[in-house]
Design a binder for this molecule. Structure first.
Ligand code: DGT
Ligand code: MG
Length: 371
């Protein structure tokens, strides 16, 4: 046994993409408090503040042991004054008074309930709150016009807000696989998002679809969606061309192939086969199915590695990869491509390993991207 008269001092590299962050978290009380403050900042549409709290939480998630004193954190990156104050509060009192009072504030609760509706973001929620709407009941009674996504989101609120299990994700994976291979034999489906990182539950299920022959994936999404619709698997779907053209994420922009990148936001109807049907509201019949949010993305094989890396997450890990690429390597990374601004050329890759190598980073497997 070690004799620790003084606590160990931790050391953590600056960028989350330089670290291995598993799901094992030795500082959950601290990271829960910081994550809640991050969530609150995001709900208040203050993304800068949100990212600062997310980065601080991610540093603590990467530590090999519980933090017992502030002095152990000396020299660690991404811990701002505010985050350190929160950490100190937790270390001294066992909880963060700021996180606790935020959690109990009416505004936080209202923002959380309203943005829980699929298709409702912080701006819409804030606007409704300004107009006296704080609950689903008030929203329904208000007669406010909802778009198609929000109508579906409200209708399937309980299902969409219940965590998805790995078993449910796998069941949906089989359905998507069947749909995809029926409309295009040889096409491939890959589970991405949190489940690829080994998470046991998720808020949705994410899939990436491709075909080993470049170009064969063109026009695939509408066919997959039609198949799913004809079989009664979809409660809602909206297919969009990728939002990447409109995104402000940077100049990484492949000249061609752009319009082939399609995304489908959907709500699946998953039969309760063998599973205990969920009891929704007390006065309702238990439904023999549940609603699950599913995202489908189609990528040409030439961009597959970038799409896979970009859709595996975590969101912070992705953000840090792009920050690393930009600031440390003068490159622009997106879910489509990696552009080297010094050499003025795109760097090709057929695997995630190659992309990490291009970026001068040690390879981090999905299960260790849980920053
Ligand atoms: P969760 O909440 O359990 O579903 O957790 P994740 O990690 O699966 O989070 P999710 O589903 O929101 O997103 C999965 C990854 O996909 C995320 O790390 C970043 C990426 N992603 C999400 N939305 C977009 C988007 O609009 N464009 C691009 N390029 N990537 C996105
Ligand atoms: Mg997900």
């Amino acid at each position: 046994a070690e004799c620790l008269n003084f606590a160990m001092v931790f050391s953590v590299p600056n960028y989350a993409c330089q670290r291995r962050t598993t799901l094992e978290n030795h500082n959950a009380v601290l990271t829960d408090a910081l994550s809640l403050l991050a969530e609150n900042a995001e709900l208040e549409d203050e993304d800068g503040r949100g990212v600062a709290f997310r980065r601080a939480a991610a540093v603590l998630k990467a530590l090999p042991k519980p933090v017992t004193s502030l002095t152990q954190l000396r020299g660690l990156p991404c811990l701002g004054e505010h985050s350190l104050r929160v950490i100190q509060d937790v270390l001294e009192t066992g909880s963060s008074s700021e996180a606790e009072s935020t959690k109990q504030s009416e505004r936080f609760k209202a923002l959380k309930v309203l943005t829980g509706i699929f298709g409702v973001g912080p701006k819409t929620a804030a606007w409704w709150i300004r107009h006296g709407i704080n609950t689903l009941h008030q929203l329904r009674a208000s007669g406010h016009t909802l778009n198609r996504a929000q109508q579906a989101g409200l209708e399937h609120y309980d299902g969409v807000n219940r965590p998805v299990t790995k078993a449910e994700a796998d069941a949906i994976g089989e359905i998507v696989e069947t749909a995809v291979t029926s409309v295009l034999p040889g096409a491939q489906v890959t589970l991405t998002g949190g489940f690829r990182r080994g998470k046991l539950t998720g808020h949705d299920v994410d899939f990436l679809i491709t075909h080993p022959e470049e170009g064969r994936e063109e026009g695939l999404m509408p066919k997959v969606v039609s198949w799913l619709e004809s079989q009664g698997f979809l409660l809602y779907q909206k297919t969009t061309r990728n939002s990447y053209l409109e995104s402000k994420d940077g100049p990484a922009r492949p000249a061609s192939n752009m319009d082939r990148f399609e995304r489908c936001f959907s709500i699946f109807k998953l039969d309760a086969c063998g599973r205990q049907p969920a009891l929704s509201q007390a006065d309702e019949e238990p439904k023999p199915w549940r609603a699950v949010r599913v995202d489908l993305v189609v990528s040409p094989i030439s961009q597959f590695a970038f799409a896979l890396l970009g859709w595996t997450g975590s969101k912070l890990f992705e953000r840090e990869l792009r920050r690393w690429a930009g600031y440390e390597k003068t490159m622009s990374l997106s879910s489509h491509a990696l552009y080297d601004n010094k050499q003025s050329r795109y760097l090709k890759a057929t695997s995630e390993e190659e992309i990490f190598a291009h970026l001068g980073l040690e390879y981090v497997p999905p299960s260790e991207r849980n920053a």
